[in-house]
Design a protein around this ligand. Sequence first.
Ligand SMILES: [Zn+2]
Length: 99
Amino acid sequence: MGIFTRPSLATRWPDLAKEFDLERNAPLTADDVSARSMKRVWWTSPTCGHSWQDSPRGRTGQTPRDCQVCGGGGSGFVPREPGAEASLNPGLRGGPIVP
Ligand SMILES: [Zn+2]
């Protein structure tokens, strides 16, 4: 297609290129997108399976963004606290059960 003098995403960031969603971005491929492009493209994470849109630049900057569905990646992700349903156990109310 066009003439690219800048490195493509596939050349510059081969690991990120694996997350490039070929189906949703068709006919674009990681070879067609500049590594510094601001264009929003589709990504699919092999870790969580989510799909989201972000620019190659947003994913390769000083604070690279990860899956936007999981919370934007980087420092923004707050894991959910486990054990929230422990207080819902009704059997503990009223003392020990004597047969
Ligand atoms: Zn995710």
